[in-house]
Each structure stands twice: as structure tokens, then as C-alpha cells.
Design a protein around this ligand. Structure first.
Ligand SMILES: C[S@@+](CC[C@H](N)C(=O)[O-])C[C@H]1O[C@@H](n2cnc3c(N)ncnc32)[C@H](O)[C@@H]1O
Length: 276
């Protein structure tokens, strides 16, 4: 099975090693969303983030709601293949459930580098009979590994929606965040899409600087980007209306508002764009 193919380096018996000594973004995000797949170290850092901005859980839900709306939009516009990198711990509805509700034959490849997502990947593999889902354990900083694995499931002669939702603010410029996206986009054909959200310090610079410093001290990279820096991910692509938007303002008619999202600006951008 593909999952096993990409598990080189993992215990052959299937055991997954979880590092509970430092916070992990996937588990903190799960804690914000009210999930149970997190540890005291994640909750502790999550509480520190809430002390800086109590709306972090609303932001997590708003981000998730963007994924639902953008997936609906793409499936509604004929996209049948999705490559979702930085998937996170499964949280219903997952991307394949949203896509397959519109198009039961949609194929979705998920990918994350956190072993806890691998440990819960079974929930991501419950595809419709007409569709297909698969999970790869890989790091976005190794795009060749991801493409090699995804090619076993997806037809790269047909459009693919590349989904990088709340991922790239964990990838620094030194690690080549923009170049990685260019590299992934180079592999997919014309008519493919990039869907993305990204946190920003544009609206809350002081709180954001404090959050970045706290996470850095705990070993977590947070690379917040400005509107212009976010926009650069879409260079050479055709932005879908309304272009780069504050996350809840991207096609709000395709979903329900998240309670609390109206209490101030959500400090994150979202956009969807087509590869010409
Ligand atoms: C905030 S969560 C977002 C989850 C999901 N995309 C969503 O928006 O609901 C970020 C995810 O990116 C993953 N991640 C962070 N750095 C990564 C990397 N270098 N390669 C792959 N995944 C990464 C984390 O493990 C985590 O699951």
C-alpha cells in the first residue's frame, strides 16, 4: 500500500512515535478545534496563544470553513483531483467528504509530516466507492517525494487542486516556501488550481510578534506573511474572484458563518487561483 511505501523510516510493526515533549502545530490546532488528539504540552502552548489573542479558536474554525467553501467551489467547477498538504488531524468534514458530496468520484491525496496525523489517517481513507483517498507521510519541503507518491493515485495529465491550507506559515523563507509552491505547481497541468490560506501579522503586529517568539522558543517555526508576500504565491496564476481576501470574506455564500468571526478582522488571507 502507498502509505507503507512512504513510511520508510517508520517502525515496520506500524508503531508511530509521538513526541510529547514539545508542542506540535497539528495537535495545537486540534486543541483549538475542541479535538481530543493533543497532549498537555500542546494545550499549554495553545493557552499561551489564547492569552495573546482569545480568538485563535475562531480563526481555526474560520480556516476550516474556508477549506469547505473552496473545495465546494472547485468541485463545482469540475475539479476531480485534490492534493492536500498539511492536512492536520482528521476533523469532520474532511476535504474528501466535502469534495465527494459534490462529486462522488473525486480523488484526494492527503499529506502531512506529523506522525500523529499518520496515526489517525484511517479516518481520511473512508472514500466513497466511486472515489479514492490516500494518505502520504511526507514533508512539503520534499516536494519530489510528495509528487512521486501522489502520481500513484492522481492523473497528472488532468487538473489537480493543490490545497495548502494553513500550512505555509510553518515554512520559512530560508526553507524556500515560495519556491516549494512553484515546484509543486510546475508538476500539475494547465487548468489546475492552488487553494491556500495563511496567517498574517498585518492586523495584530504586536500579538503576532509575541506569538512567533513563544513558538520559536518551543521549537516551532511561525513565518507570518503580509498580504503582498501571500499574493506572491499566486504569481503567474489567474486569481478566482474576489482574489486575495481576508479568510471569511472569500465566497461566504458557499457556507455558513462561523460564530464569532464578525468580532474584528480575522488575521489570515485566503485565495484560490487557476494555472493558465
Ligand atoms: C494548522 S494545521 C492545518 C490543518 C488543515 N490544513 C486545516 O486547515 O484544517 C497545519 C498542518 O500542517 C502540518 N505541517 C506543518 N509543517 C509541515 C511540513 N513541513 N510538511 C507537511 N506538513 C506540515 C502540521 O503537521 C499540521 O497538521
Amino acid at each position: 500500500m502507498l502509505m507503507e511505501f512512504l513510511m520508510t523510516g517508520q517502525d515496520p510493526a506500524g508503531a508511530v512515535e509521538i513526541d510529547t515533549g514539545k508542542p506540535h502545530p497539528a495537535r495545537m490546532y486540534d486543541w483549538y478545534l475542541g479535538g481530543k488528539d493533543n497532549y498537555p504540552v500542546d494545550e499549554e502552548m495553545g493557552r499561551q496563544m489564547l492569552a495573546l489573542d482569545p480568538r485563535v479558536p475562531v480563526m481555526a474554525r474560520v480556516n476550516r470553513a474556508f477549506m469547505h467553501r473552496a473545495t465546494r467551489w472547485l468541485a463545482g467547477h469540475g475539479v476531480r483531483q485534490f492534493l492536500d498538504i498539511g492536512t492536520g488531524i482528521p476533523t469532520e468534514p474532511n476535504l474528501h467528504q466535502v469534495a465527494q458530496q459534490v462529486a462522488p468520484d473525486a480523488a484526494v491525496v492527503y499529506c502531512d509530516n506529523d506522525p500523529i496525523v499518520l496515526a489517525h489517517a484511517a479516518a481520511l481513507l473512508r472514500s466513497t466507492p466511486e472515489g479514492v483517498t490516500e494518505y502520504l507521510q511526507a514533508d512539503v519541503r520534499n516536494p519530489a517525494t510528495i509528487i512521486e507518491g501522489a502520481r500513484k493515485i492522481l492523473d497528472f495529465e488532468q487538473p489537480v487542486a493543490l490545497s495548502l491550507i494553513a500550512l505555509l506559515h510553518f515554512v520559512s523563507d530560508e526553507d524556500g516556501a515560495h519556491e516549494l509552491v512553484d515546484r509543486l505547481l510546475a508538476e500539475v497541468p494547465s487548468g489546475s488550481y492552488l487553494m491556500m490560506t495563511h496567517a498574517t501579522a498585518d492586523f495584530t503586529p504586536e500579538e503576532s510578534a509575541a506569538a512567533t517568539a513563544k513558538l520559536k522558543a518551543a521549537g516551532v517555526t511561525l513565518a507570518l506573511r503580509s498580504r503582498d508576500e501571500f499574493g506572491r504565491f499566486f504569481d503567474g496564476l489567474e486569481l478566482v474572484e474576489p482574489g486575495v481576501a481576508v479568510v471569511p470574506e472569500w465566497h461566504p455564500e458557499l457556507g455558513e458563518p462561523v460564530p464569532g468571526q464578525e468580532d474584528g478582522v480575522i488575521p489570515g488571507y485566503g485565495a484560490v487561483a487557476r494555472k493558465p
